[in-house]
Design a protein. Structure first.
Ligand code: AQP
Length: 327
C-alpha cells in the first residue's frame, strides 16, 4: 500500500474548509492507503498561542479526527511534538533549504505582511518543518487543501536536492492530493479570502461544532450579490463558494445543482444548504462529545499512535545523520 501523511494545526476551531478540503478526504481514502495523520502542534507555536488553549485544542482535534470517521484500523493518529524526530529532521533540512526558496512562500508573506520584523523565525521555517513531517515517513501522498500546494512542492524540491547532493534516494518524493471540489472554501464574509481558523471574524467560517441555529444564521448572512442567480460563476465568488460547499456535501454535479435551483432565489438555496450542512455535521458532533468526554482513552490513543510511528521516524533520522556525517 502507498503511504499517506497529513496534519492540521491545533490553532482554533476546525472549520468546513479544513473538513471538506482535507480531513474528509483522509476518511474517504483511508482503506486504500497506509495512513499517518498528525496534530501539528509544533506548527501551532509559530504564531503566539496560549499554552492552555494549545493543550486543549490538541485533545479536541484528536476527538474530531475520530468523530469524522478516521479508523484506527487504517490510521495512526498522533501529536507531532510527541515524536522528537520531527524537530530533529527539521533542523537538518533547514540547513539544506535555500532562503531564496522560503522567500517565495506565499503563506509566510501573507501571515507576516502586517509586521514582518516581529514574526518568528519559526513561522519562516514552517514549510521546512512540514517537509520534515512528510519525508520522515516516506509518504507518497499528502492530501491537503489548495493553500498547501506550494508547501508540498517545496517538500519535493528539498527531497530532490538532498537526494542528488548525496547521490542516493534518501527521501521519497511526495505528491499533493488535492480534490477538484472544495479544495478552497472561501470566507463567508469576504468570499475572495479563504476560510481560515485565524480569521478574527467568527461569522466568516462554519465550525464543525457549530449548532444548527448558528449554522442557519451564518449561512443566512453569508455574502452573495444582487444578481440572485443560483449558478456557479467565478465572477461571483460568494454564491459560487456556497454552491461549492453544497456540491461537496451532496456529491451532486454542478449542472444538477443549477437545475435544482433554477427559478429559485438565494433564500431557498441557503435554506437547503443549511439543512444539508446540519444533517452532515450532527452525527459528527454527537460522536465528538462521546470522545472528548473520555479523556483517558483519548490520551491512550495518542500515545499508542506516537509509539507506532516513532520507529520509522527514528530510522529515517538515523539514515539522514549517517549520510550527512552526523552522530
Ligand atoms: N478554506 C479552506 N479550504 C480548503 N481547505 C482548507 N484548509 C485550510 N483552510 C482551507 C486545509 O486544512 C488543512 C489544515 O490546515 P491548517 O491547520 O493550516 O488550517 P487553517 O484554517 O488554514 O489554519 P490557520 O491557522 O487559520 O491558518 P491560515 O491563517 O493560513 O488560514 C490543510 O490541508 C489545509 O490545506
Amino acid at each position: 500500500k502507498k503511504r499517506t501523511f497529513s496534519g492540521v494545526q491545533p490553532t482554533g476551531n476546525i472549520h468546513l474548509g479544513n473538513y471538506l478540503g482535507a480531513i474528509r478526504n483522509w476518511v474517504e481514502g483511508q482503506a486504500q492507503y497506509e495512513n499517518i495523520f498528525c496534530i501539528v502542534d509544533l506548527h501551532a507555536i509559530t504564531l503566539p498561542i496560549d499554552a492552555r488553549e494549545l493543550h486543549e485544542n490538541t485533545r479536541k482535534l484528536a476527538a474530531l479526527y475520530l468523530a469524522v470517521g478516521l479508523d484506527l484500523e487504517h490510521c495512526k493518529l498522533f501529536v507531532q511534538s510527541h515524536v522528537q524526530e520531527h524537530a530533529e529532521l527539521s533542523w537538518i533540512l533547514n540547513c539544506f533549504t535555500p532562503m531564496g526558496w522560503l522567500n517565495r512562500m506565499t503563506q509566510f508573506k501573507t501571515k507576516a505582511a502586517d509586521d514582518p520584523d516581529s514574526v518568528s523565525n519559526g513561522l519562516y521555517s514552517y514549510p521546512v518543518l512540514m517537509a520534515s513531517d512528510i519525508l520522515l515517513y516516506h509518504a507518497h501522498y499528502v492530501p491537503v487543501g489548495d493553500d498547501q500546494r506550494q508547501h508540498v512542492e517545496l517538500t519535493r524540491d528539498i527531497a530532490q536536492r538532498f537526494n542528488s547532493l548525496y547521490k542516493q534516494p534518501v527521501f521519497t518524493l511526495p505528491q499533493a492530493q488535492i480534490r477538484d471540489v472544495a479544495a478552497r472554501i472561501m470566507s463567508l464574509s469576504e468570499p475572495t479570502k479563504k476560510m481560515s481558523k485565524s480569521d478574527p471574524d467568527p461569522q466568516s467560517r462554519i465550525n464543525l461544532l457549530d449548532d444548527p441555529k448558528v449554522i442557519k444564521k451564518k449561512i443566512g448572512r453569508a455574502q452573495t450579490d444582487s444578481e440572485r442567480l443560483v449558478k456557479f460563476d467565478p465572477q461571483r465568488p460568494g454564491i459560487t463558494s456556497l454552491l461549492g460547499i453544497y456540491q461537496a456535501i451532496t456529491g451532486k454535479e454542478q449542472a444538477v445543482i443549477e437545475a435544482e435551483f433554477e427559478g429559485k432565489g438565494y433564500g431557498d438555496f441557503k435554506a437547503t444548504l443549511t439543512e444539508q450542512l446540519v444533517a452532515t455535521l450532527e452525527p459528527i458532533q454527537k460522536r465528538y462529545y462521546e470522545y472528548i468526554n473520555d479523556m483517558g482513552e483519548l490520551e491512550n490513543i495518542l500515545k499508542q499512535g506516537a509509539d507506532a510511528v516513532r520507529p520509522s521516524a527514528q530510522e529515517t533520522v538515523r539514515n539522514v545523520k549517517t549520510v550527512v556525517g552526523l552522530g
